[in-house]
Design a protein around this ligand. Structure first.
Ligand SMILES: [Zn+2]
Length: 305
């Protein structure tokens, strides 16, 4: 039988998941399950890791009825995969060392030419002797992609065709850790992930990732960037917005079923379990606007019979 493909949820273990994260996880799960795909949970732990966060995140996912196939995958255990991909790009002449400091890049990136925030290619043409001199100054070298395009187009199930800038992204940071954009691309392909559902704040980085996949000869997944959850001030929901984690809600007397019901209601469904949501789920009917969460309203609502 052909591989049905896979969807995924890939949290960073930097703290507890809030209702916006849980809603995106529920959506990614429903997209995958409603299309017969496997569902993978991957811990993107190359960066900020808070002890205990991974365990609590997995418990919260299970509590709202998000299940997954196979063992949980951790990026920190897959470094050789990323190095192999970097080696392939290097063998193809598609990388170079960058000695710029963060401050130098910020200064250069505000120059009037080139896309906003893009790396201006300062170190692209360094000679061997210049590299030796910079190394002798004790500067750590990051490794960058030598991009051969400036734009790339992706298809998104909710946003349609989306074209965005690609630049010389960092592949390996100055501290030797593989960069997020590279790790994500390598992992999605290695895990058979062909459907990426995530918050629409990540849409602008998608052309970079799809372009990188193409250079590596990897398939580009289907994308669906879903609207975020906002606080009443219109900003992206954050921990400081009050009782926004599952634990917070349970301390206020909410059951996981009530939290699922609130998340489902925000998506236009009446459901108190993930399986009930799944039985009615239609990606085409998803709201295209962000959900503004009134934390106090959620509490009152759940108190009603
Ligand atoms: Zn540089």
């Amino acid at each position: 039988m052909a591989d049905p493909g896979a969807g995924r949820y890939a949290p960073s273990p930097s703290g507890d998941l809030h209702l916006g994260n849980l809603r995106t996880a529920l959506l990614a799960w429903a997209f995958a399950r409603s299309t017969g795909r496997r569902f993978v949970v991957r811990i993107d732990d190359l960066d900020r890791v808070r002890p205990g966060a991974e365990r609590r995140q997995l418990e919260d996912l299970a509590a709202i009825g998000v299940d997954w196939d196979g063992p949980v995958v951790r990026q920190s255990e897959r470094l050789p995969l990323y190095e192999a991909a970097i080696d392939r790009l290097t063998a193809g002449g598609l990388t170079y060392e960058c000695y710029c400091t963060r401050r130098e890049i910020q200064k250069a990136a505000t120059a009037p030419h080139g896309p906003m925030g893009a790396y201006p290619g300062t170190c692209r043409g360094l000679s061997a002797s210049e590299r030796t001199r910079l190394r002798a100054e004790g500067r750590p070298a990051a490794l960058r992609l030598r991009a051969t395009a400036t734009e790339f187009e992706v298809n998104d199930d909710l946003h349609g065709r989306y074209r965005g800038p690609v630049d010389d992204v960092v592949l390996r940071r100055g501290d030797g850790v593989p960069a997020y954009n590279l790790a994500v691309v390598v992992d999605d392909a290695a895990l058979g992930v062909d459907q990426v559902v995530r918050g629409d704040d990540l849409l602008p980085s998608t052309p970079r990732q799809a372009y990188l996949a193409t250079l590596l000869g990897l398939p580009v997944p289907r994308y669906a960037h879903v609207p975020l959850v906002l606080n009443p001030e219109g900003r992206r929901l954050a921990k400081r917005d009050g009782a926004v984690t599952l634990t917070d809600r349970q301390e206020l007397g909410n059951t996981p079923e009530e939290v699922v019901a609130a998340l489902a209601a925000s998506l236009g469904y009446t459901a108190t379990s993930s399986s009930e949501l799944l039985s009615h789920f239609d990606p085409l009917l998803l709201p295209r606007e962000p959900w503004t969460l009134d934390v106090n309203g959620l509490l009152q609502h759940s108190g009603c019979p």
